[in-house]
Design a protein around this ligand. Structure first.
Ligand code: NOJ
Length: 505
């Protein structure tokens, strides 16, 4: 009831503001079958971290070490979505979305990986969520692992550093396809493995917190080698899951399977040819895609990586190449921002320890003291809508226009200007951001890109990794004391944008 009143009040209050608001884009700019959704992930919203036989995940263990997370928080409760999923599906329904991207907690399904039993309560939870979504006309778009894995696998054999992880990931994927694949038509194997590997094994700020100097001061690790070993095992784990899906399930279940990458568009800091080359290197080497997508789509790492890394980059055996031939059905594109790139091959004036050091590139958000676009509360995320058009075009060309989904795009609020709840609800900055980026997505589709869906990050405010609860990405505000959700102006806006939407396909 309280929720309904809030909606009415907000609708009335925002109408005045929305009336003069004009946009270059509307729902009819996208195909009728286009998926419009919101995205979340298990660790960031579920909570219930030790309930119903779930075991500890790597993030449970990591956040419980003091000093790791900005506000000292954890995802123990997060949005309590595990107990409140019905209300959250209702929020989605009132937005009018036809798809919802969420991830499965590995530790809830397989508390001991393949060394123990499947947890029936975990299966039951996702079954209930999937059934309810479908009842409301919302397609589940499921990520198998969004940074979180069963800690047991880390403890037993070092998780992504061991080739053994392929068997565990394949087993987990098989269990999920068998349990949910009759209803799930969109599967992503990994969320942003490129970001997870850099943070986990190069700078050590995400679990397992491994690195070496000058990238960071970790108890152990080797920033020069481990990121590439982990990359290799993730690529092969992806291939293992895709092979299982394609051989055992796809012809019956008729779904698609892909992978989701973290993508940043880059612009050269200056017109100098060195900076232009540095931009090319940065794009190829990792951040948009190619360290993972080239092996998956073309069977090997980009040649530039081999040149710069030599034997630090593992090789694919004939058996690996056999697995890799199953490739993928779509590319998931998480896109938030654009940054400048500066050459470090010929210039010695570069900071040490940046995540792009191996490609001999430095990255910055400013040129001559001016930001590349309006800043957001997330350091390094600026508002540059052109970037999504350029990024999608780059991926389209490099991968022969494979189907794409914009699996995440969103805007962070945070900082000192948010004294009252109303300050969070009044998120015109987010509306401008979404409007600007959606306009460019519509354009790139008109220009021929096979983009099939768009997901706002996020449905609700949630646990933002190292920033804890200090940053808010939600279309709905969450009061973490009471767990009450309140729609922000952007929720009203997204709902308005989607109103002309035809029935879900
Ligand atoms: C990408 C990640 O997939 C998601 O977990 C995170 O919350 C958003 N970016 C915002 O930083």
């Amino acid at each position: 009831m309280a929720g309904q009143t809030t909606w009415l009040l907000l609708a009335a209050a925002s109408l005045l503001w929305l009336l003069p608001w004009t946009s270059a884009v509307d729902r009819s700019d996208f195909p009728a079958s286009f998926l419009f959704g919101t995205a979340t992930s298990s660790y960031q919203i579920e909570g219930a971290y030790l309930e119903d036989n779930k075991s500890l995940s790597n993030w449970d263990v990591f956040t419980h070490v003091p000093g790791r997370i900005k506000d000292g928080s954890t995802g123990d409760i997060a949005d309590d979505h595990y107990h409140r999923y019905e209300g959250d599906v209702e929020l989605m329904h009132s937005l009018g979305i036809n798809a919802y991207r969420f991830s499965i907690s590995w530790a809830r399904i397989l508390p001991k990986g393949r060394f123990g039993k499947v947890n029936p309560s975990g299966i039951d939870f996702y079954n209930k969520l999937i059934d309810l979504l479908l009842l409301k006309g919302i397609q589940p778009f499921v990520t198998l692992t969004h940074y979180d894995i069963t800690q047991e696998l880390e403890d037993r054999y070092g998780a992504w550093l061991s080739a053994e992880i392929q068997y565990d990931f394949g087993y987990f994927a098989d269990v999920c396809f068998a349990a949910f694949g009759d209803r799930v038509k969109y599967w992503a194997t990994f969320n942003e493995p490129n970001a997870a590997v850099r943070k986990g094994y190069m700078v050590g700020t995400y679990p397992p917190g491994r690195c070496s100097q000058p990238f960071g001061s970790c108890a152990s690790g080797d920033s020069d080698a481990e990121p590439y070993v982990a990359t290799h095992n993730i690529v092969l784990s992806h291939a293992t899951a895709v092979e299982i899906y394609k051989r055992k399930y796809q012809s019956k279940q008729k779904g698609l399977i892909g992978i989701v990458m973290y993508t940043t568009w880059y612009e050269p800091l200056t017109d100098a040819p060195e900076d232009r080359l540095a931009t090319e290197r940065a794009l190829t080497f990792d951040v948009p895609c190619c360290r993972f997508l080239d092996p998956i789509v073309y069977g090997d790492y980009p040649p530039e990586m081999r040149q710069l890394l030599g034997s630090r980059l593992p090789s694919f055996s004939p058996e690996d190449r056999r697995k890799l031939r199953y490739k993928l059905d779509f590319i998931g594109v998480n896109h938030y921002t654009t940054l400048y790139t500066k050459d470090c091959m010929f210039s010695s004036d570069c900071p040490l320890g940046q995540e792009t050091q191996h490609e001999l590139v430095a990255v910055t958000g400013e040129r001559n003291g001016l930001p590349i676009g309006p800043p957001t509360a997330m350091p390094t995320f600026y508002v540059v809508p052109d970037g999504i058009e350029k990024m999608v075009t780059y991926i389209m060309k490099r991968y022969n226009n494979l189907p794409m989904f914009i699996t995440e795009n969103g805007y962070a609020q945070g900082g000192d200007n948010y004294a009252r709840v109303d300050d969070w609800l009044d998120d015109k900055g987010r509306i401008d951001y979404l409007d600007g980026y959606l306009t460019k997505v519509a354009k790139v589709i008109r220009d021929g890109a096979d983009v099939r869906g768009y997901f706002v990050w996020s449905l609700v405010d949630n646990f933002e990794w190292l920033f804890g609860y200090t940053l808010r990405f939600g279309l709905h505000y969450v009061d973490y004391e009471t767990q009450e959700r309140k729609p922000k102006l952007s929720a009203q806006w997204y709902k308005g944008f989607l109103q002309s939407m035809p029935e879900a396909q």
